[in-house]
Write a protein that binds this ligand. Structure first.
Ligand code: NAI
Length: 481
């Protein structure tokens, strides 16, 4: 029986390995992590991450050919194929701080693999890494290997949180990069055989290592660029009276452009887009390509602009101050159907409002109070360094913030509502009931264009929808600079 071990039981390691175990009953899969609490959660009824369909897959295979364990070394030693799916956050200090990928966790995983291995192994980069990481990893492994043969493959993950299981069941493509040597090609073939259990052959793409590594960074940059493009247009729509939904629809009808990923919003978030673009920017700079670096940097600048533009709109609409006013925040996760808050635009929006001394009442169906308080007290880029790996504990809770477990509670007595995640339940709230219990004038700032603005206006709300023609009220209150 082929044995797979995956180091890192996070948003990628957990779901990808659960699906491999489901689709390949002839393969034994062990997912290992240094976080005891995370592994305990994977072995319990309350999985550490929320992802539609994941519970079901885990329950079907756990204890059969899917195991979660903290015994990292034993499972690595026994495995034929070792996936490394540890976090690769942005560096917070030293050269490249704020841009380059921090490969501390990756390097320590590689050193451990070299230390404990007693047989040949295929080591698979699942984490998103800078181009040429495989070369560095190869050096660590071969210099410490005691004659063991390691083949490095790059197999970046393209799943999207919120639809991870669907994406893994039916991926657009699986990408496997390897050395162009006979041994490299043999390793590619071995990994291909794993995916071939359920992925059609024409969707399994093979390439050299560097193309595979770069493709992941490029794919994330392209996706984020579409969002920043439509968000840039949304600002112009508001200034001109055009409607971004109509513009995006017309633009997306061009088959060369396509309709997906053209929803204007308060901005993109998630653990990948910003981190991977910063990483791309850094690699361009290191390779003497400042023009290319600046081009991609602009995607992040527009995203930051969109978040601050939203905050400015909220403040200016509410008589240029939110000081002491209760503002309800509906949604904190970076997108619907996940509890993940890494780089969520809600953090910057909330911090912006707190900067003007607003009182926030936050509701998200999947995010805990602890998580929200931690996110709001953490410094930029600290978020992706797991708590258990951080030297100091999170700072004290933010006092101006309350977290509640109901949208009606959050909006009680509020002056305004900011919708920051597109949870379906926000479309069908009883907005009349909400209006009646709010201060007047009552505002809705829809950062995801989920509500029926016309209906809300009929109730009496002043409504701001991203990129849509503005209410007279909002026109009279130009956004502050
Ligand atoms: P995560 O932070 O949820 O999980 C990483 C896990 O690795 C943590 O539980 C941590 O305790 C563990 N870990 C760190 N060092 C370790 C070590 N030496 N030994 C054992 N365990 C160790 O991160 P996530 O989101 O799963 O991302 C992992 C990688 O996949 C990153 O490079 C990310 O960029 C990439 N990725 C993430 C996607 C996402 O949607 N979250 C999608 C595609 C790629």
């Amino acid at each position: 029986m082929v044995k797979i071990c995956c180091i890192g039981a996070g948003y990628v390691g957990g779901p990808t390995m659960a699906v491999i175990a489901l689709k390949c009953p002839d393969i034994e899969v062990a997912v290992v992590d240094i976080s005891v609490s995370r592994i305990n959660a994977w072995n319990s009824d309350q999985l550490p991450i929320y992802e539609p369909g994941l519970d079901d897959v885990v329950k079907q295979r756990r204890g059969k050919n899917l195991f979660f364990s903290t015994d990292v070394e034993r499972h690595v030693m026994e495995a034929d194929i070792v996936f490394v799916s540890v976090n690769t956050p942005t560096k917070t200090q030293g050269p490249g701080a704020g841009k380059a990928a921090d490969l501390t966790y990756w390097e320590s995983a590689a050193r451990m693999i070299a230390d404990v291995s007693k047989s040949d192994k295929i080591v698979v980069e699942k984490s998103t890494v800078p181009v040429k990481t495989a070369e560095a990893i190869e050096k660590i492994l071969t210099h410490n290997s005691k004659g063991i043969n390691f083949q490095i493959l790059s197999n970046p993950e393209f799943l999207a949180e919120g639809t991870a299981i669907e994406d893994l069941f039916s991926p657009d493509r699986v990408l496997i990069g390897g050395r162009e040597t006979p041994a490299g090609q043999k390793a590619i073939q071995a990994l291909k055989e794993v995916y071939a259990h359920w992925v059609p052959e024409e969707r399994i793409i093979c390439s050299n290592l560097w193309s595979a590594e770069l493709s992941k960074l490029a794919a994330d940059a392209f996706l984020a660029q579409r969002i920043s493009s439509v968000n840039a247009i949304s600002a112009l729509c508001e200034a001109t009276g055009a409607n971004v939904t109509e513009v995006a629809h017309a633009v997306g009808k061009d088959t060369r452009i396509g309709p997906k990923f053209l929803n204007a919003s308060v901005g993109f978030g998630g653990s990948c887009f910003q981190k991977d673009i910063l990483n791309l920017v850094y690699i361009c700079e290191c390779n003497g390509l400042p023009e290319v670096a600046n081009y991609w940097k602009q995607v992040i600048k527009i995203n930051d602009y969109q978040k601050s533009r939203f905050v400015n709109r909220v403040v200016s609409s509410m008589f240029n101050t939110v000081s002491g006013k209760k503002v309800a925040i509906l949604g904190f996760a970076f997108k619907k159907d996940t509890g993940d808050t890494r780089e969520t635009p809600a953090i910057d929006v909330c911090k912006g409002l707190l900067g003007d001394k607003a009182r926030l009442s936050i509701y998200d169906p999947q995010v805990s109070e602890d998580q929200i308080q931690r996110d709001l007290s953490m410094k930029k880029f600290d978020w992706d360094h797991p708590i258990h790996l951080q030297p100091q504990s999170p700072t004290a809770a933010v006092k101006q913030v309350g977290v509640v477990w109901d949208a009606y509670e959050a909006t009680k007595g509020a002056h305004g509502i900011c919708i920051l995640t597109e949870w379906d339940e926000f479309k069908s709230l009883d907005y009349k009931k909400i209006y009646d219990q709010m201060q007047k004038p009552a505002f809705v700032f829809d950062g995801r264009n989920v509500v029926d603005a016309e209906k809300l206006r009929q109730i009496g709300f002043i409504v701001y929808s991203i990129g849509k023609p503005l209410d007279e009220w909002l026109k009279d209150m130009p956004a502050v600079a």
